[in-house]
Design a protein around this ligand. Structure first.
Ligand SMILES: *Cc1c(COP(=O)(O)O)cnc(C)c1O
Length: 372
């Protein structure tokens, strides 16, 4: 008898397959592929759903962060403080504009940038703070807004894992000058390829970011400043427009599944993610154990696929070793302990049951492990 397989994710088109194919056909038939009506409409619709006045489509989430920094005139000689635990792309975006990423430790429970650690990392070269809403949990934005205004620093949010998340009741992206989203296929809102967006409440910053993503052009063939080539294309925008109206429902589904995991894992030997804000959108559900590889092997033998987000703190990435060798013990410990369980809107509750049961049967005699 073969074990039932529970994949980490399923990116096959779901019930919207027909609509997506129709949208793709519409773009193909239009003969217009870059910066056209689909991107315009998506920008309007995404801004509206996100609760922020302006949205600008970009080629991906990394570029979205970099374009936001550029538009704030951040570059060589400047430092940007960010979380030691995130997708490394957050830090790559800072490096792309020639600035220096400065890694500060995360809060051991929230797993997002610690405001105290960020403040301690401020120097005379610091220009911006870049918190990441990691795993869909919003960083402590009221604290960062206060910190940024106290030290007169720019604030940019990495919302790549946090579509429709709220923090203290306000949408993510509302606390900063500009906020970046990714539509990489595995994100809460995913395209059929790469895509991203920046949101801002500031119309002049929006205009500047629109210009920068399109080579710095003010008019066709007139390059006012040194921009980049990073545009969301019409095909991806059309796909995203099909999925956008479903995002709220799918976010609720993620919350429901997370609540189910939480309930079924109570009393288990592993530590479940701590929800610090009900605006959490559960991009991922990373549990923690000091015996991660044993838990991963145990689940694999039960047919359950898990992933590690992320196995190396950014501050320990070889690529950044020469830049800023910061000690970030909370991030380093999280990198050793986190294990993401399957969680996506199409996951049946019966799979949550099966995963939770498998976790509960892991090392039943070891007791709860110490985490902090
Ligand atoms: C995915 C992601 C990025 C990068 O987005 P891309 O679209 O892949 O460039 C940046 N930061 C975080 C937190 C992410 O999850």
């Amino acid at each position: 008898m073969s074990v039932r397989q529970i994949p980490f994710l399923d990116l096959h088109l779901a019930e919207e397959a027909g609509e997506i194919l129709a949208a793709l056909t519409r773009v193909v038939d239009s003969g217009w592929f870059v910066l056209g009506p689909e991107v315009d409409a998506f920008e309007t619709e995404f801004a509206e759903l996100s609760g922020i006045a302006h949205a600008i489509g970009t080629g991906n989430g990394t570029d979205a962060i970099a374009i936001a920094l550029r538009a704030l005139d951040i570059g060589p000689g400047d430092e940007v403080i960010t979380a030691a635990m995130s997708a490394t792309y957050t830090a790559l975006a800072i490096a792309m504009v020639g600035a220096r990423p400065v890694f500060a430790d995360i809060d051991s429970e929230r797993l997002t940038l610690s405001p105290a650690a960020a403040e301690a990392a401020i120097t005379s070269r610091t220009r911006a703070i870049l918190p990441v809403h990691l795993y869909g949990q919003p960083a402590d934005m009221p604290a960062f807004a206060a910190l940024a205004s106290k030290h007169r620093l720019a604030l940019v949010e990495d919302c790549c894992q946090a579509h429709l998340a709220t923090c203290a009741g306000r949408p993510v992206g509302a606390f900063s000058s500009a906020a970046a989203f990714s539509f990489y296929p595995t994100k809460n809102l995913g395209a059929l390829g790469d895509g991203g967006a920046i949101v801002t409440g500031d119309p002049s910053l929006a205009a500047r970011m629109k210009r920068i993503r399109n080579g710095g052009q003010t008019d066709r063939y007139r390059h006012q400043e040194i921009g980049v080539n990073s545009r969301l294309d019409e095909l991806q925008a059309a796909v995203l427009r099909v999925r956008l109206p479903r995002l709220r429902g799918r976010t609720e589904q993620r919350r429901l599944l997370a609540a189910a995991y939480r309930q079924r894992l109570a009393g288990s030997p592993i530590v479940v993610p701590i929800e610090k804000d009900p605006g959490h959108v559960y991009h991922l559900f990373p549990v923690r154990t000091a015996r991660r590889s044993a838990l991963q092997a145990h689940l694999r033998s039960a047919g359950i696929e898990t992933l590690v987000h992320y196995p190396i703190a950014i501050s320990r990435q070889p690529a950044f070793a020469a830049i800023h060798p910061a000690d970030c013990p909370n991030a380093e410990r999280a990198a050793d302990e986190v294990l993401s369980l399957p969680l996506h809107p199409g996951l049946p509750l019966s799979d949550v049951d099966a995963v939770a049961e498998a976790v509960q049967s892991f090392a039943p005699h070891s007791g709860k492990e110490q985490v902090s």
